[in-house]
Design a protein around this ligand. Structure first.
Ligand SMILES: *Cc1c(COP(=O)(O)O)cnc(C)c1O
Length: 365
C-alpha cells in the first residue's frame, strides 16, 4: 500500500461537477478581473471567518505584505515574528523594509510564546505577527493584551488555520487583521495561487483594496503607489465551492488526528498538544522524534509519504545571512526543525491508510 502525503487530485475529483461548473460560469461571463465572483467569495469568506471584511489578493505572501503596509509598517520598523514558521511570514516583513524580530515558540504548541514577546519589544516595534502554525490557534488573548499595553497592532498569519477556532470563535478577526493563503495544499486551497485578508476594521480593508489594485479607487486615478495583487475570479469561483465543504473536510482531518493521538500515544513520539481553548484546523499533524531522518527514511521505504515543516528555520536560511543569526540563537525553533515530521493528514487520507501509518510507526520507533 502506497500512502502519499497529500492527494490534491482526489479533492478535485470529489467536487468535479461543481468545480467545473463554477469555472465555466466565469469563462462564460466574459469578466476576468475582480467583479461579482470575487465580491461574492469575499462576502462568504468574511461570514465564515466571523469577520466584517474580506479582501481577496493574489497569494498569502501578498496578503501578509499588504496587511503590514496597511498597518503602516515601513523602513526602520520592527515586527515580532515566530522563530518557528514558514519563511513567508518573515519575507513579508522584509518586503516592507522592516526587520523581523524572532520570538521563540512554546515548545509544546509550536506557536509563539506570549511570555517571551515583551522582552523583544523596542521603540521601533509596530506589529506582533503570530502564526497559527500547523492549524493550531496561537494564544491570542495574552498577545492582544501585550499589544494594547504597548500600542502595537496585531497581524495574524492564518495561512494554515482556515476554520480553526480560538476560545470558540473562528480565526478571522481576533487581531487587527488576518492574512490568508489559498495555496492548493492549504485547508481551503485554490487551483493555483490565491490569498485574502479578513478584518473587522473597514479602514484597513479599504487600504488593502486600494493597494491590491494599483493604488487606485477610480480607474486611472492612483492615490498611492500600489501593487497588482488581485484574487483571480476563476480561483474565487472554485473557492466558493470548496468553502461549502471546508467544515466537512476539516472534520475528516480532526478524525484522523484523533486516531493518531490514540494510536500513537505510547509509541515514543512527541505528539501534538492541544490546549483546552483550541479547536485546531489540523492543517498538519506534526510529531517529533530525535532520530527523525532515519524514521522518515524507513517510513518512505515502507510506502508512507511524510514531509518536514520546516527543515531550516528562517534565521538559518541564506536569505537572512546578512542579519547575522547563528546556530543556537533560537534553540527551540532549531530543535523543531531537526526533529519534526508531518504525517499524512487530509480529507482524502483513508482510515485504512491511517491504520497502516500507525502500525508502521509502532514497528519503527
Ligand atoms: C503557505 C503559507 C504562506 C504563504 O502563502 P502563499 O499563498 O504560498 O504565498 C504564509 N505563511 C504560512 C504560515 C504559510 O503556511
Amino acid at each position: 500500500m502506497k500512502i502519499s502525503f497529500l492527494d490534491l487530485k482526489a479533492g478535485y475529483l470529489e467536487l468535479q461537477p461543481e468545480i467545473d461548473a463554477a469555472i465555466k460560469r466565469v469563462l462564460d461571463s466574459g469578466w476576468y478581473i475582480l467583479g461579482e465572483e470575487v465580491d461574492a467569495f469575499e462576502q462568504e469568506y468574511a461570514n465564515y471567518c466571523e469577520a466584517k471584511q474580506c479582501v481577496g489578493v493574489a497569494n498569502g505572501l501578498d496578503a501578509l505584505h499588504l496587511a503590514l503596509l496597511a498597518l503602516g509598517v515601513g523602513a526602520g520598523d520592527e515586527v515580532i515574528v515566530p522563530s518557528n514558521t514558514y519563511i513567508a511570514t518573515w519575507l513579508a516583513v522584509s518586503q516592507c523594509g522592516a526587520t523581523p524580530i524572532p520570538v521563540e515558540p512554546d515548545a509544546r504548541t509550536y506557536n509563539i510564546d506570549p511570555a517571551r514577546i515583551e522582552e523583544a519589544i523596542t521603540s521601533r516595534t509596530k506589529v506582533i505577527l503570530p502564526v497559527h502554525l500547523y492549524g493550531q490557534p496561537a494564544d491570542m488573548d495574552p498577545i492582544l493584551l501585550i499589544a494594547r499595553k504597548y500600542g502595537l497592532k496585531v497581524l495574524e498569519d492564518g495561512a494554515q488555520s482556515h476554520g480553526a477556532r480560538y476560545k470558540g470563535r473562528r480565526i478571522g478577526a481576533h487581531g487587527d487583521v488576518v492574512a490568508w493563503s489559498f495555496y492548493p495544499g492549504k485547508n481551503l486551497g485554490a487551483y493555483g495561487d490565491g490569498g485574502a485578508i479578513t478584518t473587522d476594521d473597514a479602514e484597513i480593508a479599504e487600504r488593502i483594496r486600494v493597494l491590491r489594485n494599483y493604488g487606485s479607487r477610480v480607474k486611472y486615478v492612483n492615490d498611492v503607489r500600489g501593487y497588482n495583487s488581485r484574487l483571480d475570479p476563476i480561483q474565487a469561483a472554485a473557492l466558493r465551492v470548496k468553502l461549502k465543504v471546508l467544515d466537512t473536510w476539516n472534520a475528516r482531518r480532526a478524525e484522523i488526528a484523533s486516531r493518531y493521538q490514540t494510536g500513537l500515544a505510547n509509541v515514543g513520539l512527541t505528539l501534538p498538544f492541544v490546549p483546552e481553548w483550541a479547536e485546531p484546523a489540523w492543517h498538519l499533524y506534526v510529531v517529533q522524534h530525535p532520530q527523525r531522518d532515519a524514521l522518515q527514511k524507513k517510513l518512505g521505504e515502507a510506502g508512507v509519504g511524510t514531509l518536514i515543516h520546516y527543515p531550516i528555520p528562517p534565521h538559518l536560511q541564506q536569505a537572512y545571512a546578512a542579519a547575522g543569526f547563528i546556530q543556537g540563537h533560537y534553540p527551540i525553533a532549531e530543535q523543531i526543525a531537526n526533529q519534526c515530521l508531518s504525517l499524512p493528514i487530509g480529507p482524502h487520507v483513508q482510515a485504512e491508510a491511517v491504520r497502516v501509518v500507525i502500525s508502521k510507526l509502532q514497528q519503527f520507533v
